[in-house]
Design a protein around this ligand. Structure first.
Ligand SMILES: O=C(O)[C@H](O)[C@@H](O)[C@H](O)[C@H](O)COP(=O)(O)O
Length: 292
């Protein structure tokens, strides 16, 4: 898997087709973060040439935060019209506002505060997941975040026929897509166990319905978290998984590979296998994470 980028059809939800999957390998974590930052800023610029606003989902974790720090140092940061960008999170550790272990706090320090102070990012475009400073439980946090996401949901799939249409029961509901914005880029780190966001292998959050879930008993501290669900993640136009280090190699290979029967890895075992974008899924790895 190391060397030149490779493409493969991405396994879609339930085995159906999704956008292409591209694997890019960089020599080390520093280059990976630098390149992911350049890619992120370029993607925002590209999207801004065709539509506005742009919705970006940030991730916690070492590589994710390092990527944001590299973005802050890039000259391209000044080229983006940040007034037309909304920032979201894929997951959050259920800790008080300002706690240094919150993904939000780390992202603000690495990039977001500088964008607000010096590059015109409106503070109200930063959609942090609620914690114990404002809600009583991860479930309440998840519910509040789902409501915030719904305010910006524009792509609900096929519009429902009028209630007066022949053969249609008045008041009947048409199935709609997940009530989330059409995320232009959704960044995810991956844990050594294959988790993405706060969706852990074998954990109950994996099967959650709706767009957000309150998580208890997370194997990665802290135990309480709020996370997007797979339905919300898979609504993204592009999903980018960023991972570095030899300890990620086994799960990266499992998520990207198939069994001897050609069946994609089970999401319950390797949640990262279920992180698929509608248009494209990009795996950005360093050589160590790609070594298997
Ligand atoms: O809150 C978190 O911890 C995350 O958002 C989590 O999903 C993280 O991205 C991965 O665990 C990878 O983290 P590392 O890059 O530090 O291994």
């Amino acid at each position: 898997m190391s060397g030149a980028p490779g493409t493969a059809p991405a396994p879609g939800p339930g085995g159906g087709a999704a956008g292409e999957r591209l694997v890019v390998v960089h020599p080390d974590p520093g280059v990976l973060a630098e390149a992911a930052a350049a890619r992120l800023l370029t993607r925002i610029l590209d999207v801004q040439s065709v539509r506005s606003p742009v919705h970006v989902v940030l991730t916690g974790g070492t590589v994710g935060i390092r990527t944001l720090a590299r973005a802050a140092a890039s000259p391209l940061v000044a080229a983006v019209d940040w007034s037309g960008v909304h920032l979201w999170w894929g997951d959050e550790r259920f800790l008080p506002d300002g706690d240094p272990d919150r993904n939000e706090t780390q992202a603000r320090e690495a990039l977001v505060d500088a964008l607000i102070a010096g590059h015109g990012l409106p503070a109200e475009n930063v959609h942090a997941m609620p914690g114990p400073s404002s809600v009583g439980s991860p479930e309440e946090g998840a519910e509040a975040y789902a409501a915030e996401l719904a305010r910006f949901a524009v792509d609900r799939g096929v519009p429902a026929p009028a209630a007066s249409e022949p053969g249609r029961d008045a008041g009947a509901q048409e199935p709609a897509g997940p009530a989330v914005p059409a995320f232009d880029v959704l960044l995810l780190g991956m844990g050594p166990d294959g988790h993405v966001a706060s969706l852990f292998p074998g954990h109950e959050g994996l099967g959650a319905t709706g767009v957000t879930v309150g998580v208890h008993g997370s194997p990665k501290p802290p135990p309480e978290r709020v996370s997007l669900t797979f339905d919300a993640i898979r609504a993204a136009r592009e999903v980018w998984v960023v991972a570095a280090g030899a300890e990620k190699a086994d799960r990266a290979a499992a998520a990207l590979g198939t069994t001897t029967d050609g069946v994609p890895a089970a999401v319950t075992d390797v949640p990262a296998a279920g992180a698929v974008g509608r248009g494209r899924t990009l795996w950005l790895l360093d050589a160590a994470a790609a070594s298997r």
